[in-house]
Write a protein that binds this ligand. Structure first.
Ligand code: R5P
Length: 308
């Protein structure tokens, strides 16, 4: 049933993202609604949405461990549409499947394009933070929804680094990180450089250091995402061998599989900082306020179209 008397933005969330939802709701004065989820013994999922929904609805789902979550989004969006919701926004602080943007071998699925279209078919608008767009210039190309909005954590990470080290050298572990490293460096005038990386397998990379002067520098390795930690760990080892005084790590999306933090520590990394786009013990920056602002921007545009 559609709730016709209320105004403002409603954020629907799952129980495992309650804390993030509360931070965003607090920052944006949003109403929170919770989805009930049940997993049957055979693995199938049942969702139950609140019985009263507004015409315009935002859904919070960060897409680490994405496979079940994508199916949940399909069930959720269709149920919301059937209940009369006219405008659906996906707030996905981390957007999955963005790294496979071409077929590296014949026959490989171009997951970015497929998952992007899947989400665009379900949602009118998508908001995310630092999506891994490399060979594709805009989020709209990857996720062709009517509205897309990209936030970056680079400035916030740069501010945090500036509080720790006045004259850090920012290093990206591969060429794909150049966009985030350049953005973070320009905010506080940090020196910066990027490595060259060749990936041989999920846990095997080779890295070539940049020609920058590293000896004696406080280096911060900066990337959009870290998963197994092997990219950052290998870069850290090489930088320390080249004379770096210290290595810290700053990433937007802390996917970190179990064992990744131990790997980084063993490689000589001191501090590890991340945003709360993916909940992790390394979270040092909250993106709740910019996410709430982005949502309010898109919602005011949609409000003209669909009024409760
Ligand atoms: C790829 O270019 C990404 O930006 C990361 O560098 C990559 O996903 C890190 O993966 P891992 O932590 O498994 O080495």
């Amino acid at each position: 049933m559609i709730e016709s008397s209320r105004s403002g933005t409603t954020l629907l969330h799952f129980e495992d993202e309650q804390a993030t939802a509360e931070r965003i709701a607090g920052a944006g004065n949003l109403e929170l609604l919770r989805i009930e989820r049940h997993r049957f013994p055979d693995g199938e999922i049942k969702l139950r949405l609140p019985s009263r929904l507004p015409l315009r609805l935002a859904v919070l789902r960060t897409l680490n461990n994405p496979n079940d979550k994508l199916l949940e989004l399909m069930l959720l969006a269709q149920t919301a549409r059937d209940a009369g919701v006219k405008h659906l926004t996906l707030l996905a602080p981390y957007l999955a499947y963005m790294r496979q943007d071409i077929a590296f071998e014949p026959g490989e699925a171009i997951s970015q394009r497929i998952v992007g279209r899947f989400l665009a078919n379900l949602f009118d608008a998508v908001i995310t933070v630092d999506p891994h767009l490399h060979r594709v210039a805009t989020l709209q190309e990857a996720v062709p929804a009517a509205n897309t909005l990209v936030l970056s954590a680079a400035a916030a990470l740069s501010d945090l680094i500036a509080q720790q080290h006045g004259a850090a050298l920012l290093v990206g572990p591969d060429e794909e990180s150049a966009q985030w490293v350049a953005k973070a460096a320009s905010r506080h005038g940090f020196d910066h450089a990027v490595c060259r990386k060749v990936r041989h397998g999920d846990r095997s990379v080779s890295i070539e250091l940049p020609a920058a002067s590293i000896s004696g520098r406080a280096v911060v390795l900066l990337d959009d995402v870290a998963s197994t930690g092997h990219t950052l760990a290998h870069a850290a080892e090489l930088l320390l061998a080249a004379g770096a005084a210290s290595i810290d790590v700053a990433v937007t999306h802390a996917l970190f599989e179990s064992g990744a933090i131990a790997l980084l520590k063993a490689a000589g990394v001191s501090q590890i900082w991340s945003t709360d786009c993916v909940a992790h013990s390394s979270n040092a920056i909250s993106m709740a306020e910019p996410l709430a602002q982005a949502l309010s921007l898109l919602e005011s545009a949609a409000a003209g179209q669909y009024r409760d």
